[in-house]
Design a protein around this ligand. Structure first.
Ligand code: SAM
Length: 240
């Protein structure tokens, strides 16, 4: 058990949805509305990916080891959904909280993991001071950010990470292709997925000042057609 609770004065509880409003870009508003519509069925039908994927679990464990070796700053699980990854990181002894765009996903995560903290917000504009986070986990969530917004997203990751902090990203790969989903589980939605190669995402991370540590490609599972990528990147330490 990790008893970590954010100190009141620098509480990640201040991660808010301040930037989630009518002026938000379309991709933020549509992703939030879509996941709000899907939340209950998503939780019922989409299993915890880490429970059945030992390689993914090993990479999350390596990420947790690296974060712990660099200090005690917390990890933010960005696009935490129903909170499985946040809970796994907590089990691994990392101080962690979840952030998700969808208030309904956050409500489900809070209900399932009573001892953990989850906040509504967008990963594109975190209400956190610079150099606050020991790590960022963003598993299967950056696919909802269009290509042209990725440079600013990764600059935001760089801003909030402490020197020597790590970012772990997982995403389905593609050749800059795009899927617009209009229906899922019988709900009318407007959810966009943007798939890129590891080379594209890797070079955008590097462009934001995050150095690539590892690139893993996982072959498609079951009827899936896409390889999944897991990228680990690090913000250089001051002495590097
Ligand atoms: C496919 S789910 C992945 C959930 C979890 N990370 C996992 O791997 O099981 C994608 C999640 O990302 C969230 N999301 C999408 N865009 C986001 C953004 N800009 N900021 C924060 N969360 C976002 C969605 O609301 C959704 O809960």
């Amino acid at each position: 058990m990790n008893p970590w609770k954010p100190p009141p004065s620098r509480s990640p509880g201040r991660v808010t949805c301040a930037s989630v409003n009518a002026e938000d870009p379309d991709f933020i508003r549509t992703a939030r509305a879509s996941y709000d519509a899907l939340a209950t069925d998503y939780a019922a039908h989409v299993p915890d990916g880490l429970a059945t994927r030992p390689v993914d679990r090993a990479l999350v464990t390596a990420f947790a080891d690296l974060v712990r070796a660099n200090g005690t700053a917390p990890v933010a699980d960005l696009g935490c959904g129903t909170g499985h990854v946040t809970a796994r990181l907590h089990e691994l002894g990392v101080p962690v909280f979840g952030v998700d765009l969808s208030p309904r996903m956050v409500a489900l995560a809070r209900r399932t993991y009573l001892e953990l903290r989850f906040h509504v917000g967008t990963m594109t504009a975190l209400d956190l001071p610079p150099e606050t986070l020991g790590g960022i986990a963003a598993l299967h969530s950056v696919v909802h950010v269009p290509r042209e917004h990725l440079p600013a997203l990764f600059q935001e990751f760089h801003r909030v990470l402490v020197p020597g902090g790590h970012a772990l990203l997982a995403f389905g790969t593609g050749d800059d292709d795009h899927l617009h989903m209009a229906e899922r589980f019988g709900h009318e939605i407007a959810l966009d997925h943007h798939w890129h190669s590891t080379a594209t995402v890797g070079s955008l991370l590097e462009g934001a000042g995050l150095h690539l540590v590892a690139r893993t490609l996982l072959e498609p599972e079951g009827n899936g057609k896409r390889q999944r990528a897991v990228l680990l990147a690090r913000k250089p330490a001051k002495e590097d």
